[in-house]
Design a binder for this molecule. Sequence first.
Ligand code: SF4
Ligand code: SF4
Length: 409
Amino acid sequence: MKRREFIINSALALGGVALMSGCGKKEVKKAENQVVKRKFDNLEIPLIALGCMRLPMRDGKIDMVELDKMVEYAMEHGANYFDTAYMYVEGKSENAIGEVLKKYPRESFFLTDKNPAYLVNSPEDVHKIFNEQLKKCQVEYFDNYMVHNINKNTIKNYRDNDMYGELLKLKKEGKIKHLGFSFHGDPDMLREVIKEHKWDFCQLQINYLDWEVINAKELYEIADEANVPVIVMEPLRGGGLCNLPEKAAEKLKDDCPNDTQASFGLRWVTSKPRVFTILSGMSNLQQLKENIDTFTNFREFTEAEEKTAHEVAKIIQSQGAINCTACRYCMEVCPRGINIPAIFGLYNVYKSNGNGFMFKVNYEALKENERADKCINCHLCSKNCPQGLDIPALLKKVDAEVKVAADKR
Ligand code: SF4
Ligand code: SF4
């Protein structure tokens, strides 16, 4: 080989090695304070993660400058887990987070994405969407990947198109490291889905209010008993638990003066040991800093604080809430199968946060035959209610309110 060729070849070879080792990528500077981590499949995962559903916006577009700063701050503090999905921010979340993360070595962050069950009409769709997502995120694999949003409306798509089987093929090819699902169905459906396949994890909506008023406790316990690791979504109920009714806010401040409403809600979730990370949608650097601070100066959630959470949830419920304890005794006798505790639970959340739009959305997610307007006024339920509630009258009230609720946010 001539001398000139040798020099060129050597330079190319060196360049190649440098590229493979991450040359040209942004260096992650480690801050002194790192967020606490939990084990998941021998990995150290940050307990707080950036959910990319509510990204910073400016003039109707994603604010890439702010997002860049947020990702940098998160990476420096060890919060290197990012969760996006096909439809987040009208389909633009994947591009945005991909554009920011491409500056970092791939092995320095965890990236999660989801295959939208409601858009999948054939097994080929699973792959078409997946390949599109890889391109949008500018990566060659996802660390965690999910069937997105299994619920009563999407479960048929998920099963008929064997989404699990198709995604398993991608896992075997190394394009998915861990395979899971996100879930918005009822406990019986969760039991079925968990039994159907060998999942690496599941993603559930869990927070201290849903624990009391809907079915988060039951969902968590089902996953826990099945040894399925849990990712938590909506730990602050879409921000509702950061905007507490006055009395609830006072109670929290009196009992836990060192907490903000957000830090209290996030710390409550950490008391569930099966949870390995908590997704929080953060819309600006300030929110991110506050959340990271909660997990760098981490304090374990105590039994006394658990009592406070219970009491705060009760106060929230008391804001015009229906005094239903979700014991389900009424369900044992209702000839129409009306989902009374779920209806009252949703109504109570609405009374606490005033979000009529979400009330209507969640209410309409119930099966039609389980809704309040299917009640035939037989009063069998009331006879069984330990709280002495006039259930048919309350169902009428809820039915009337849900019809006008959508205008109230
Ligand atoms: S009154 Fe309505 S809710 Fe109660 S048992 Fe009869 S049908 Fe069911
Ligand atoms: S019996 Fe009463 S308290 Fe129990 S779930 Fe039904 S409405 Fe709620």
